[in-house]
Design a protein around this ligand. Structure first.
Ligand code: PAF
Length: 283
């Protein structure tokens, strides 16, 4: 596996692969890779001739009060995981390689970005769309892999690909959980022992809501209220949001009709964690 720091080196290699008729998969990440990322890389390796994993803590998706500086990093461990999983390139540029001093162009989506995480993190998705667009231009992948844990991000990227005519197939991959249910996240590393235990309220609420929907509860409001109540019983948890939205448009829904995303962001201490489930109404 090559560890590559420049855009030019990635482009040269990808061009050579394309000349040979090889397909290319991209797994965009911010590093500190865990089993969730590995599941994306495994799927990409199974479906493409060559896989590029990008490892870049993207500054434009963090607001000044957020955890850009403290975001966990471990490039050596990431390289080991990518190599073992069969990636061909680990692309880990410096911020100055991705954003020159003259940088001033952003991809800014409306509508889908305004609810859920967009309310608390108003510049977040502009940064995500911008960096993902740049990665698509640099790597020119046939397929790109994103986790369903960031369900709003996945919906936004699908919409961006449609709106801006990117020639890439977006592949969504299931949430990977710890044995006790907690969704895998690089930010889980911030939790102390008591917080780690308290963080289980997220997945417990998800499983509870999912079960209610599957057992026939048709009111999204009733499901959300029950999930909220469960989380509020945990003293270390503070809800940012628990909401039910249309899985494609991200607009609030009150009934479990069509495809509904029930998503949450919850602070455990200072750590903001997210989790969700998707409910598909039986036809
Ligand atoms: O999901 C992430 O890790 C990031 O938002 C992404 C897609 C790599 C863009 O920086």
């Amino acid at each position: 596996m090559q560890i590559v720091k420049t855009i030019e080196a990635v482009r040269t290699q990808v061009k050579a692969w394309k000349k040979q008729g090889l397909s290319v998969g991209l797994v965009p990440t911010m590093g500190f890779l865990h089993e969730g990322h590995k599941s994306l890389i495994d799927k990409a390796v199974a479906e493409n001739d060559k896989v590029v994993v990008s490892d870049f803590v993207n500054p434009t998706q963090f607001a000044p009060n957020e955890d850009l500086e403290s975001y966990p990093r471990d490039l050596e461990q990431d390289a080991r995981l990518c190599e073992q999983a069969g990636a061909a390139i680990l692309f880990c540029p410096e911020p100055s390689e991705m954003y020159t001093d003259r940088f001033c162009t952003f991809v800014d989506m409306q509508g889908l970005t305004e609810e859920l995480c967009g309310k608390t993190r108003p510049i977040h998705f502009r940064g995500v769309c911008t960096v993902v667009s740049k990665l698509f231009h640099i790597v020119q992948p046939d397929r790109a892999y994103f986790g369903q844990k960031d369900a709003q991000q996945l919906a936004i990227i699908k919409q961006m690909v449609e709106d801006l005519n990117f020639d890439v197939q977006i592949v969504g991959c299931p949430i990977i959980r710890e044995a006790d249910g907690l969704a895998k996240s690089s930010r889980n590393t911030y939790l102390d022992t008591a917080q780690r235990q308290a963080a289980l309220v997220l997945s417990q609420a998800v499983f509870m809501g999912q079960k209610m929907a599957e057992n026939g509860e048709t009111s999204a409001d009733v499901i959300v209220a029950k999930m909220q109540k469960h989380i509020e019983e945990e003293p270390l948890a503070k809800i940012d949001y628990v909401k039910a939205v249309d899985a494609k448009t991200m607009q609030i829904v009150h009934e479990m009709k069509g495809t509904v995303l029930v998503a949450m962001a919850v602070y455990i201490g200072k750590t903001r964690l997210i989790d969700n489930f998707i409910y598909e109404e039986a036809k």
